[in-house]
Write a protein that binds this ligand. Structure first.
Ligand SMILES: *[C@@H]1O[C@H](CO)[C@@H](O)[C@H](O)[C@H]1NC(C)=O
Ligand SMILES: *[C@@H]1O[C@H](CO)[C@@H](O)[C@H](O)[C@H]1NC(C)=O
Ligand SMILES: *[C@@H]1O[C@H](CO)[C@@H](O)[C@H](O)[C@H]1NC(C)=O
Length: 546
């Protein structure tokens, strides 16, 4: 926080409730809180002037609802991650330790916060396609943002993969499999109940997330239990063309799960059999499931087979579709919760990075095969037959123009253009909405692959917003420092429900081509052709409605 004296001066003039960090010497020396009557000790991040506390918010038997707990676990270390591919197998989004006992919140509290200071709270949901990620993922250290913004960052873990979303067909959960969604609700309710204990302001809780973490927040638009629980929302890089799974789709996935090779030697007649399976066996089955399911089940996003399910009690209808067709029937009224929605400039670079990292020369056949795998043959055919900017380049000896066209096509179709359409709908329904596009970023470890790769060569790929958001880039300087400063300013103001600097709110259809979309990091932002996405080429949630 000592990095941004100019920023602090600017923030201090904005509102008295923005608490300016004091020099470290004046801060409390220890990191202790009284949590529901018990004294807990956290980890003192002296360099940032922040106390980090980890608290267990719930416990759950496998494929049953989580319940609140008074047993908080170890509070001065990061929690075990929920089961997923292991860190030792090359997954940078997991802690070294994993456990099904993973329902924790990691709190980053400015050390000068007190019982009377009531800091605003950014409750954060990590991404990872619903199957990866944790509070220990690279860059997810909330200390820098907490210190620079004078806010509390509360990172929430929730169950992942089949354990959080796809119970076996014999499970008693029936048509309402959304354990992960209900974990998040329990975590939010815990933050609300205990806000005085960690010096948080109950009336200023922003729920933010990236990737599938943002998608979970979008799902909460349709969840009645989420109403009135938070004051604003931040969706970063939500793949907004994807809807949620119908009950029929989730049932098909549950059936397909049972037929995975990893489970072939197991007796799985009863729910108790499934609950007793070694978790490593389940994760092995999940890995083949997510890689193969889209070949046999229609409408699964190739990068996110496992998702929340609509059609049951928790999430009766797909809220994405409701926002467009019948916004007044959403559980959360857009008029009541401001929304900040961002995409990175080159979202799709991460997904198709392999086309750069190995010297594959694209040709027309391979191009249409990749496009068909990503979007299905109907949409691929329409896109290939369309004019600029998605037409297949005719002369391209190195494949560079083809790669860039492919990246633009997927970035527009899955992220940029639905973000602007949904922002329009949110504004039309009375909501305050800000839209940003990251034109600069810091390469995330999952994007730093191969030689001569696209994302390390200046593109701003999916997840390249994580380090600047959390102010966690190693040794920031120059552009990175300016970017962190801009982000800290805008995000902190938004969490405080203050005007967001020079940003204008997003209104009207002109926004589709770029007006009122703010470039985070300056430079030019991408435009969406008008009346193309959502009509000539439809989004998943328009096509897969049952
Ligand atoms: C607080 O602790 C008491 C027992 O000491 C427990 O009954 C209660 O459920 C706890 N409340 C929360 C919100 O954890
Ligand atoms: C196109 O690329 C594919 C895959 O790299 C290759 O098998 C095929 O021979 C190529 N076709 C032409 C006409 O070069
Ligand atoms: C963007 O431009 C503004 C105005 O010139 C400047 O203050 C800011 O630092 C720039 N941001 C970045 C990331 O370069």
């Amino acid at each position: 926080m000592v990095r941004f004296s100019v920023l602090f001066a600017a923030l201090a003039t904005l509102a008295s409730r923005v608490v300016v960090a004091t020099p470290i010497a004046e801060r409390q020396t220890g990191c202790t809180l009284t949590w529901n009557g018990s004294t807990i000790t956290g980890y003192a991040d002296g360099s940032e002037g922040v106390c980090r506390y980890t608290v267990r918010y719930g416990t759950a038997n496998r494929w049953t609802d989580s319940v609140a707990t008074t047993s908080l676990g170890t509070t001065n270390a990061l929690p075990p991650s929920c089961p997923q591919i292991s860190a030792s197998a090359g997954n940078p989004l997991s802690a070294a330790t994993q456990s099904e006992d993973c329902l924790y919140i990691t709190l980053y509290v400015p050390a000068d916060a007190t019982a009377t200071s009531h800091q605003p709270v950014l409750a954060w949901l990590h991404g990872g396609a619903y199957t990866f990620g944790s509070d220990s993922a690279a860059g997810f250290d909330g200390a820098g943002l907490a210190a620079n913004g004078g806010i509390i960052v509360a990172a929430i873990q929730y169950r992942l993969g089949v354990l959080g979303n796809i119970p076996p067909t014999v499970a008693p959960s029936g048509t309402d499999p959304n354990f992960a969604l209900r974990d998040v609700l329990l975590a939010i309710n815990t933050l609300r109940a205990r806000h005085n204990d960690f010096y948080g302001d109950n009336s200023l809780i922003t729920l933010g997330g990236q990737d599938s973490g943002a998608s979970i927040i979008r799902a909460l638009w349709g969840v009645s239990g989420a109403v009135g629980k938070f004051s604003s929302m931040i969706l970063q890089s939500d793949p907004l063309s994807y809807g949620f799974a119908s009950t029929a789709t989730t049932n098909s996935l549950a059936t397909l799960l049972a037929s995975q090779p990893a489970l072939s030697g197991s007796t799985l007649t009863t729910f108790a059999n499934w609950q007793a399976l070694p978790v490593s066996t389940l994760i092995a089955a999940q890995n083949t499931l997510v890689n193969t399911a889209s070949a046999t089940i229609a409408g699964l996003p190739i990068t996110g087979a496992i998702r929340p399910t609509w059609g049951g009690t928790t999430l009766p209808q797909d809220p994405t579709r409701l926002l467009i067709s019948n916004p007044s029937s959403l559980a959360i009224s857009p008029a009541s919760v401001p929304l900040l929605i961002t995409n990175t400039k080159n979202e799709a670079g991460s997904a198709i990075q392999y086309l750069w990292s190995t010297p594959i020369t694209l040709n027309a056949t391979r191009y249409s095969n990749v496009l068909g795998a990503l979007l299905g043959s109907t949409r691929a055919t329409t896109l290939l037959a369309s004019g600029s900017p998605y037409a297949l380049p005719t002369t391209d000896s190195t494949g560079d123009i083809m790669r860039q066209t492919l990246e633009r096509t997927i970035a527009d179709g899955a992220w940029r253009c639905p973000a602007r359409t949904l922002a329009n709908a949110y504004a039309a329904a009375g909501g305050t909405v800000y839209v940003g596009e990251w034109t600069k970023g810091v390469t995330y470890p999952t994007n730093a692959v191969g030689s001569g790769a696209y994302c390390t060569g200046g593109a701003v790929c999916h997840s390249d917003d994580i380090y600047p958001l959390f102010q966690s880039a190693p040794s920031p300087s120059g552009t990175t420092l300016l970017l962190e400063e801009e982000v800290s300013n805008v995000w902190t103001n938004f969490v405080n429900v203050l005007p967001v600097g020079s940003w204008s709110t997003f209104t009207g259809t002109t926004g589709v081509t770029g007006t009122n979309v703010h470039a985070i990091g300056n430079g030019t932002i991408g435009a969406c052709p008008s009346s193309y996405w959502g009509s000539t080429v439809q989004w998943d949630w328009q096509i897969y409605t049952s």
